[in-house]
Design a protein around this ligand. Structure first.
Ligand code: PDD
Length: 296
């Protein structure tokens, strides 16, 4: 089946969809995006994603080029046209195409809106994949809480980890070999540990991390399961002595982290708390909680 995308007011095959060489996302990474998971044809935690999209747009002094209701209609239609049962919606808004100049163009310049969709396998109750992680100095800018398309530092960190034989990086606030260094998050995921006392810990929301929608859902699930959680910084040293660790994102929900810099975390297998949280995450979707047919 040919993938169909929405670009600037038209349905196009994905291969036909083209943007201008003057598009400011191409020239300056001047755009924001969202990745929304689709489960049984419905959007997961769409309200959280829309709220974050609004925050990212506001951060860049940009506006949604259409109403939320109209965006929702397009998103539904995209999922229908691509017959997505499980997968994801990718949504990007850029400041549009204008002659290259660092200052913002005339506000009358139309922003570029792109919607694409992708099929993914249905999530299983037990995570299929897990990660061996390497710590990497976080080279990103000071507003990682805005989901902008400026992801070069994330790409470099991931590729560096892959080149060294790891599955991904944890971006850390300084020397990646110093156990006192604070862990921020993954290249495209939030980072979590479960301490020796059984407490679930993740970095607090701040400009240094992206406040994940999956992260928010996991904190709620942990509270429902009466698993104690703390939103606070943790160090590489604390992660190395943790019982369990995992990453979270809309594309893979919970993904166990089995080792850090070559040292096994816990006994180096998927831990019971990670397993329980993942099962509860999938069970929540099975019950239809957090799912919606549209984005609003
Ligand atoms: N990334 N941190 C970063 C840097 C991310 O890029 C992401 C998501 C997350 C997790 O956010 P959420 O739970 O809302 O997906 C945390 C998406 C999946 C991506 O860029 O593909």
């Amino acid at each position: 089946m040919t993938a169909v995308s929405w670009l600037d007011g038209r349905w196009l095959t994905h291969r036909q969809a083209r943007v201008s060489v003057d598009d400011r996302a191409f020239l300056f990474a001047d755009g924001v995006y969202e990745v929304v998971s689709v489960y049984r044809g419905q959007f997961v935690d769409a309200d959280l994603h829309l709220a974050r999209l609004r925050r990212s747009l506001a951060g860049l002094s940009m506006r949604l080029p259409l109403s939320q209701a109209a965006l929702s209609v397009l998103a539904r239609e995209l999922i229908r046209r691509n017959a997505i049962a499980h997968g994801m919606l990718y949504l990007q808004v850029t400041r549009g195409a204008a002659p290259r100049w660092h200052g913002f163009p005339d506000p009358a310049v139309k922003s570029t809106l792109l919607l694409t969709a992708k099929h993914l396998p249905a999530p299983s109750a037990i995570p299929r994949r897990s990660d061996h992680i390497k710590t990497t100095n976080d080279l990103r800018w000071g507003r990682c809480d805005w989901k902008t398309t400026g992801l070069l530092a994330n790409c470099l960190a991931l590729q560096g980890a892959l080149d060294d034989g790891f599955d991904g990086p944890w971006l850390v606030a300084g020397d990646p070999d110093d156990k006192q260094t604070v862990v921020r998050e993954g290249a495209s995921s939030n980072a979590w540990i479960i301490t020796q006392d059984g407490v679930l810990v993740t970095h607090p929301e701040s400009p240094q991390i992206l406040g994940g929608c999956t992260r928010a859902a996991i904190l709620q699930i942990a509270s429902d399961l009466q698993i104690q959680s703390e939103e606070r910084t943790f160090t590489i040293g604390e992660a190395l002595t943790a019982r369990e660790a995992f990453n979270s994102s809309s594309s893979s929900y919970l993904r166990p982290v089995l080792s850090l810099n070559g040292t096994a975390i816990g006994n180096g297998t998927i831990g019971p708390v990670t397993r329980r949280l993942h099962e509860a995450f999938v069970a929540r979707l099975e019950r239809g909680v957090g799912l919606s047919a549209g984005l609003v």
